[in-house]
Ligand binder design. Structure first.
Ligand code: IMP
Length: 427
């Protein structure tokens, strides 16, 4: 397998966890390069179901090595809990999981500032964050006020933390929020570091040596391009680069060592949290997508907003991430629909547009232009060859390819590893 960047091509929750798990077979290393435990990747292995937030799902494959890169923001207490969960189920991390000493740390005050920041905003400005402290941790990184994993293993850590907490408590008090206890945070962090310290290292030379030795890498994206801080529906986005560029800046592996970009697309669209979503459905079809697709957040349990497939969004992913091929997920969720709709363009203030406008107010005014296609109304369960799919399903996929601008190379018809169809490359 060539070095592959995998990205979410919508608003996250595209089913990346399963595709990453399947592609991991062909990779030596799985690298996480952005986001934090706001992400939730669900992987089903046999009868077992794993939800991973920070640890790359490569950990569930014996012999694969995993890196949490410098672009990630990491809550040490949450990470230890996750590592214990993985170990309890028989997977080792020693010599297999490496954490960048440049990765920024999420502390309890970041979580409190996240919650408080949302609570202080007017209703229309609320982002609906996962409240994991992600935004405030990246804010500290950009403000050059953050602490990194390498700082936590330095003897100066207690003093630096004390000074940070004094500052953050002033900010929390000003917002009318409860303050945090230095001793409590120090103790919890030190307890977590007793587990994490042996895993912390400079992951840049590690990855470079591996690339030089001919090892292959899978960069597992979190969230999706529409939540990317630059190319998403700003300000209703997360605080990192969820697009393919984030894989390079968040790992230290340069762009000219990347060979292929796989975009993960759900056969319809979902979103959690606030912000515009042109193809959102408020009717029985939307309810049906949520019920059949079990569309509830893996991290927060929130019901996801559901809507038809949006090719304008998919083209945006192709342009900004260089998507070479799609992994199309959850096609089986559409099995029962009589008619399917595909959004091919938007109407904005009486004009037809074929791209995602940068301005979120303009996007909120966009109405989708739909094409309708007949559904297949038969179960696709158990199908293992593309040619065995109902003709209407093949036509739906062909149309998605034509309007989105990239071919579907991987098709997922269920959560299990064996519910996956790989298509031969086509001319
Ligand atoms: P934050 O990343 O917690 O700051 O949340 C910012 C926005 O991104 C909110 O709308 C969240 O619902 C959304 N978000 C963050 N992580 C994920 C994810 O992994 N899947 C889907 N949405 C996410």
């Amino acid at each position: 397998m060539p070095n592959t960047i995998l990205i979410g091509a919508q608003w996250g929750d595209e089913g990346k966890g399963k595709i990453i798990d399947v592609l991991t077979e062909g990779a030596d290393w799985v690298v996480r390069a952005q986001g934090g435990n706001n992400a939730g990747h669900t992987v089903e292995v046999g009868e077992e179901r794993f939800v991973l937030h920070l640890v790359p799902s490569g950990i569930l494959h014996d012999g694969k090595r995993c890196v949490i890169g410098n672009g990630v923001v990491l809550d040490p207490v949450a990470l230890v809990e996750e590592i214990r969960g993985v170990m309890d189920r028989g997977f080792s991390v020693e010599g297999r999981l490496f954490i960048s000493d440049r990765a920024h740390v999420v502390f309890p005050y970041h979580r409190m500032l996240d919650a408080q920041g949302e609570a202080c905003k007017a209703k229309d400005d609320q982002i609906g964050t996962t409240q994991r402290g992600i935004g405030p941790a990246y804010s500290d990184k950009a403000a050059r006020f953050g602490l990194r994993m390498g700082d936590l293993i330095d003897p100066s850590f207690p003093e630096v933390l004390r000074s940070r907490i004094e500052d953050k408590n002033r900010a929390l008090s000003a917002l009318g929020a409860p303050t945090v206890e230095f001793a409590e945070i120090l103790a919890a962090t030190q307890e977590a570091m007793a587990v994490l310290a042996p895993l912390v290292c400079d992951t840049v030379p590690l990855l470079h040596d591996a690339v030089r030795a001919g090892d292959t890498m899978l960069f597992e994206g979190a969230q999706g391009i529409m939540l990317d801080i630059d190319f998403g529906t700003y300000p209703f986005v997360t605080s990192s680069n969820a697009g393919s560029g984030g894989a390079a800046t968040g790992s230290g592996v340069p762009p000219n060592r990347m060979d292929r970009v796989v975009g993960v697309l759900k056969a319809y669209t979902t979103r959690v949290g606030e912000g515009p979503f042109p193809t959102e459905l408020f009717d029985a079809d939307g309810e049906e997508l949520r019920r059949v697709g079990r569309e509830f957040g893996a991290t927060t349990g929130r019901p996801r907003r559901c809507g038809w497939f949006d090719a304008v969004v998919a083209r945006h992913a192709v342009m900004t991430c260089g998507v070479d091929e799609w992994a199309l997920t959850k096609l089986d969720v559409l099995d029962g629909f009589e008619t399917l709709k595909i959004c091919t363009a938007y109407e904005l203030d009486g004009r037809l547009i074929d791209h995602v406008p940068a301005n979120v107010r303009q996007l909120a005014r966009c109405t989708p232009i739909y094409e309708e296609m007949p559904g297949w109304q038969t179960s696709t369960q158990g199908i293992t060859r593309y040619e065995e799919l109902p003709a209407a399903a093949q036509r739906y996929i062909a149309r998605l390819e034509a309007v989105s601008g990239a071919p579907v190379a991987i098709l997922s018809l269920g959560p299990r590893r064996d519910e996956t169809i790989f298509r031969e490359p086509r001319a």
